[in-house]
Design a protein around this ligand. Sequence first.
Ligand code: GLY
Ligand code: MN
Ligand code: MN
Length: 439
Amino acid sequence: MTLPHPDFSEHRERLLAALPSDEAVLVFGGPLRRRNGDADYRYRPDSDVWWLTGWPDTEVAVFIKPGDAPVTMFVQERDPTAETWTGRRAGPEGAVATFGADNAFTYGELEAELPRLLQGVRALHYDFGRSHEMDKLVQTAIYRAGRAARRNGLPVPETFHSLTKLVHELRLVKSANELDILRKAGEVTANAHMKAMKMGRPGAFEFELESAIENHFRAIGGTGPGYTSIIASGDNANILHYIVNDQQIDDGDLVLVDAGGEIAHYTADITRTWPANGRFTEAQKKVYQVVLDAQHAAIDACRAGRTFMDVHDAAVRVLTEGMVDLGLLQGDIDELIESEAYKRYYMHGTSHWLGLDVHDVGAYAAEGTSRILVPGMVLTVEPGLYIPAHDEDAPEALRGIGVRIEDDIAITDGDPENLTAAVPKSIDEIEALCQGASA
Ligand code: GLY
Ligand code: MN
Ligand code: MN
């Protein structure tokens, strides 16, 4: 299968077009992290480094400043012995030949070279606080550049911006190429969910579904799950980040599956909730339909010119009305919203940006005002209702039901584009798919 590939040079061009000539960006990818004993986690590239260069390895720094040779990379040097043990390295030569660097050095040279690069930079875009070690290195480099400035009079960074200000603003609005990749991630993830819906049956274990889903993500050549998969049967669905996935599914259980696969490190994020035995009970149907109606209302608010909060508000209104109809809450809808009483059964936000990070970068508000949606933004819409088995205030028939429905929506000039629409979500379609499978 040919998978779409990011156009990293386009990202650098967008950054350079937006970056004033006396400002620079510095991003880095850290070392491998220890998992246990002497085993490491598999390295997942830092999303900013990846977005700018496609560099796949640890210990990398990327410095970008407008000019004749704008991109400088620091990467692990070639080392035949190390490469025998841990894999091939492109080295500084490869960084220039293949990854868009104009100049490249070894990672070990960063400390010596950074003071020179910072001369002439008035404002540095760098995320302080992420790595103590990098912060120390950057602060020392600024001090050294300042010492040199006493003689050469060049500006040195006195203004600092977090990556949110520019790099993450650019990442927030996806290019046509990035949208293609996210469409593919959506399609692959949709197929994985449908596979799980066909497989799921009373008596199966949650981990069987997890393994089938994650197998699919890798089998098609994706970079794996974008976050830890949630396979929550029955009352487990009322634990928002349930990831142990070790229980046996009971007859009559709903199964909430929240899983997303990455393509070239861009992730999808889908949730579906469906009956293990292929038939919703009447109580499950009622709760499910409220969440589905809320999701439709919220997706309809995903339009250029509306705000990020409009999407949440649309979901909250329908969910709160539903909570009253279901007998979970009593009172006036506006008051229940105003007092946030609905949070008892709907305690999370409705959306987050989606891209290289599942909770992708980009500000949700500016100066206290919710962000206006523009074409190219991609966000999830994921309302839910969670009624724990131990909730003695809830009508008995509803206890232990947890439902979330999540799709990935691209903002366009016109109607919202649902990147994950291929997985059924109406009650009839879900029952047909789940029953077709077990037959
Ligand atoms: N799976 C993480 C989320 O839905 O936000
Ligand atoms: Mn999500
Ligand atoms: Mn999710």
